[in-house]
Design a protein around this ligand. Structure first.
Ligand code: MN3
Length: 244
């Protein structure tokens, strides 16, 4: 089994969807919001370990129920981490010839999909808080007013864009460094080339596993509830980091 160094594992992750800029920015600045520790990289074991939830499973009720959080974190997110580790090992096997090169496309997709899933969920859990909701102040509040017109206009567009994802995916508030402004966008499944130029700040999971037990087909109600969980101090910290 090929050894995975921390550098190699983090380098592989920098090639992946949503987290690409985040991880590379944090590696460069030292003050980033998603680094090897946040992602549960265990250098001794040479693999990623599912980070625990930063609060109790029932802490986001009534907006997100305990059963959904348990299954989502302990089963779905754990699955992305397990398959990410397998894909990183397989990428080494492709290089050393122990895995047939004909499987390159399969393993590259496994790496991208599950690496994206791990990054997205890590940002998702810490982007919520039992004391969340309300509106951000400070620099982020000012930037939201400047770029969207008002907090309400931002919230309406965020819920509308996330609600419009066909099938499985994510809604995002992101920082676009070239224009130096905030934008709202969405992502299908776990990955989207759009994030080549964007820094993800706030994500909402709109896969059915994120809400179906409690909300069934009412994704809009789930999104309204999600707004009451947003950890704005954490999102504000990410914004400051993204702006450098
Ligand atoms: Mn999910």
């Amino acid at each position: 089994m090929p050894d995975l160094s921390r550098r190699e594992a983090v380098a592989a992750m920098t090639a992946i969807g949503a987290g690409a800029l985040t991880v590379s920015a944090s590696a460069g600045s030292g003050g980033g919001f998603l680094d090897a520790d946040a992602l549960g990289w265990n250098a001794e074991k040479g693999l990623y370990v599912l980070p625990p939830l930063p609060y109790a499973y029932d802490a986001l009720e009534p907006h997100i129920d305990e059963a959904t959080m348990r299954i989502h974190h302990d089963k779905h997110h754990a699955g992305y981490v397990r398959k990410l580790n397998a894909a990183l090992v397989a990428m080494g096997g492709l290089r050393d010839g122990s895995i047939d090169k004909g499987l390159s496309d399969h393993w590259a997709h496994e790496l991208s999909f599950n690496g994206g899933g791990h990054i997205n969920h890590t940002l998702f859990w810490t982007g919520m808080s039992p004391t969340g909701g309300g509106e951000p102040g400070g620099d982020l509040g000012k930037a939201i007013n400047a770029d969207f017109g008002s907090f309400k206009a931002f919230a309406d567009q965020f819920k509308s864009v996330a609600g419009s994802v066909k099938g499985s995916g994510w809604g995002w508030l992101a920082y676009e460094p070239m224009a130096g402004r905030l934008i709202v966008t969405h992502m299908h499944n776990q990955e989207n080339g759009l994030f080549g130029g964007l820094v993800p700040l706030l994500g909402v999971d709109v896969w059915e596993h994120a809400y179906y037990l409690n909300y069934q087909n009412r994704r809009g109600d789930y999104l309204a509830g999600f707004m009451n969980t947003i950890n704005w101090p954490e999102i504000t910290r990410r914004f400051a980091t993204a702006k450098g």
